[in-house]
Ligand binder design. Sequence first.
Ligand code: UD1
Ligand code: UDP
Length: 360
Amino acid sequence: MKIVTVVGARPQFIKAAAMSRVLRREHQEILVHTGQHYDPNMSDVFFEELGIPQPEYNLGISGGSHAQMTGRMLIAIEEVLLKESPDALLVYGDTNSTMAASLAAVKLHIPIIHVEAAARLGTFSNPEEVNRVVTDHISSILFACVPSAVEFARKEGLERNLFLVGDPMYDAFLYYKGHRALEQIQLKSLDGKIRMVPDHFNYLTCHRQENTQSDDNLKEILFAMESMGIPSIYPVHPRNQEAARRIMEKDRFRNILFVEPVGYLDSNTLVNNAQRIVTDSGGVQREAFFAEKPCITVFDYVVWPETMVNHCNQLAKPDAKDILDKCKNKAVFDTQYRPFGDGHACERMCDILRKENILR
Ligand code: UD1
Ligand code: UDP
């Protein structure tokens, strides 16, 4: 088959790294980068370090409101699809790039393969929920990562072409684990200095629209990290670098290393060596679970229900006291419980695409 894959944001590069390696053994893949993430440390570093093939197209579309970004992508992706006339479109996750590509394809009657399908929070106040619901309902094949997604799909009548395959993020996590030693990591702090990783540390990431609309949420999260007793490494997403600098100027945080976003190999090693993880990232909270590290997810909704067992992953409000209170609960990991599959989700997806002959 000729498959056009559309990616645009950091989590999609990681999934594409795992999937493209397998997919390209038997299919022709045309890779399209929308440009949604464009800083070298948000894009190039992933392609270089993870050996992702260079995209055939880079549309250079980023920023603006949701509608502006999505609208511009829709028009540009349609042009690519008309030119390439693929047998299918492959998309990952729930970003604006995912939904724009899917809308362009469905109107051209190009079947859509949606990887990481049918995850649900249950609210359209979250922009990613809109993207995933729309994409799922116009897709021909839905690849689900976890059993809870199968349930959500069933409730929405989406089970016909749904397959539970496991999580490509877990494939990537296992594949790249150990590729970077802790001592090799050089963190670039926001003031330009190079910092080495401390012996004991917590790992913090924060970029959700819900947590970055005002400085208050981020401040609360930072106050919590500051009083955890060991340093925290905080790679600051470009979305809140301005806010982070503003907050740093007013309040001194001696225990937090504010650093530029790191590449996936560094991030994977930091997750594997952290004492504790605090995040609002969908990917990082799963990685914490894969690495058996206690995680606090600062968010109002459960994104990955499978991780919310035995205090392994706990929701907290963007409130220092709530975060610190949640840290008192002891996480217990059951090594037999592997709801994200066995690290071969990508092979499984390719087997299904071949055996089911579903798109022909
Ligand atoms: C997007 C996804 C989110 C995903 C996240 C991964 C949507 C709706 N959201 O959120 O689901 O979790 O990516 O990180 O698609 N920016 C830069 N440099 C970059 C990238 C972004 O400066 O390389 C700036 C943009 O100009 C924009 C802001 O950061 O002003 C937010 O970027 P955007 O892609 O809109 O959303 P994310 O928060 O990254
Ligand atoms: N990540 C990274 N560098 C960072 C922060 C995160 O490489 O500085 C990786 C990490 O593996 C994470 C993935 O990027 O799972 C996607 O992260 P992000 O939090 O941006 O998106 P989400 O998973 O919330 O959509």
